[in-house]
Write a protein that binds this ligand. Sequence first.
Ligand SMILES: [Zn+2]
Length: 91
Amino acid sequence: MFSFLARVILIVIAITVIRSIFSWVQRFLTSAQHSPPAAQTRTPPQAPQSTALEQDPVCGTYVSVDTSLKRIVKGKVYHFCSEACKDRFTA
Ligand SMILES: [Zn+2]
């Protein structure tokens, strides 16, 4: 009787251990599958940024077209270095 109980307990422990190992392996595999694409997500939107510069008509600073504050006046796009310059500008 005792040996039967011990066997049952051993089986239950074994199943628990195997299940935890499986879930650990599964988690490891899924994380391994998920991380490389994330690492591979190439950064073309950032890398080939245009380096075009436009002059801020208020303070004269050259600002990158990508980061400048834009304001369209009479169909012409003006680029500003800051919100202050944008506000000061009157065309
Ligand atoms: Zn400015």
